[in-house]
Design a binder for this molecule. Sequence first.
Ligand SMILES: NC(=O)c1ccc[n+]([C@@H]2O[C@H](COP(=O)([O-])OP(=O)(O)OC[C@H]3O[C@@H](n4cnc5c(N)ncnc54)[C@H](O)[C@@H]3O)[C@@H](O)[C@H]2O)c1
Length: 291
Amino acid sequence: MSGAGLLDGRTILVTGITDAASLATVVAAELARRGAHVVCSALGPTPHHEGLSTRAHDHLAATLESCRKTVDREVGGGAETIACDLTIDASIRDLGETLGGRGVSLDGVVHAVARDRTLARGGAPGLVDVSREDFLDCLDVSAYSLIALLRELLGTGTLARGASAVSLSYLAAERVVTHPYSTMAVAKAALERITVELAHQLGRSHGVRVNAVRFSPYTASRAGGSIRGLERAEAHADAVAPLGNAIPEDLAREVAHLLTPGLSVTGEIRNVDGGLHLLASGPSDPPAEGA
Ligand SMILES: NC(=O)c1ccc[n+]([C@@H]2O[C@H](COP(=O)([O-])OP(=O)(O)OC[C@H]3O[C@@H](n4cnc5c(N)ncnc54)[C@H](O)[C@@H]3O)[C@@H](O)[C@H]2O)c1
C-alpha cells in the first residue's frame, strides 16, 4: 500500500532535521507524500539564548539555515521551519504560540532529537566516567525534551485532542552495546519509559497517543556519524539481522503509520530494525579478530 492520502488534512510538527541525512528529513518527506501539512522546528538562535558567543550564535544560525534549505528541497510544499531549542521551555512555548497564533492545530508530533556532547571528544570511555553535567545534558536534550514539548504544546492549546506523538529510539535502551553509547542508552531508556507514562497520562486527559520506534544503527546522519565505531556495529547488524538493516524509508513508513488517525495504539515501543532485536547479541560490534 502506498499510503498516499492517509494523512490528508493532518498537520504534523517534525523536529530534528539538520540535513538530508537526518532521519527526520526522510520522515517529513514521507508525511508530506501521504498528504500531511508538515511544519518543522529546528535548533537555531532564539531570543531565549542569552549571552551566546559569536561562534555559538553562528553555529545555531547555520543549523537553522541548513534545516530550512533541507526542508525546502526534500519536503517541499511550502513547509515552514521555526527555530526552537527543546531544552528551553520558553522557546517551546514560543513555538506553540506562534503556531497557535496562525490558527495551526497539530495532529501529530515527531520527536527526533538527541545529543551526547561527549561524542565530540570521542565519547566517554564508560558510564562511570561521565560527568554529571554531560549526563544531565544528554538526558535533557534526548529524553526530557519530549515531556517539555508535549506539555508546552498542550499548554498553548496547539496540540489537538486525539493527536499522536512518535519519538525515535534505539535497541541500546535495553541491550548493552560496545560502541560509546552508554549515556545515550540511559537517555533512550528514559525516553521509552517517558513514552509509556505519557501514553497513560495524556491518553486519559487528551486522547493523545504516544509511541516510540527503535531504528537500526545508521551512520549517515550527524548524530550517528559522531559515534565512534558505529559503522562496525551497522555492518554487523546488517549481516546478522534476519532482514538486514532497515533503511530510513522503513522507519518513515512506520512513523507515518503511527501518526495515522483512528489507531488505538499507544505506549508501544516498535522495532524497525530488520529483526535485529530478536537476537541476543543486539547491535554490538563484531568480536575482534582472533577473540
Ligand atoms: N543514527 C542512528 O543510528 C539512530 C538509530 C536509532 C535512533 N536514532 C535517533 O534518531 C533521532 C534523530 O537522529 P539522526 O540520526 O537523524 O541524527 P541528526 O543529527 O540528523 O538529528 C539529531 C537532531 O537533534 C537536534 N537537536 C540537538 N539538540 C537540540 C536541541 N536542544 N533542540 C532542538 N533540537 C536539537 C539536532 O539539531 C539534530 O537535528 C535521534 O533521537 C537519534 O537518537 C538514531
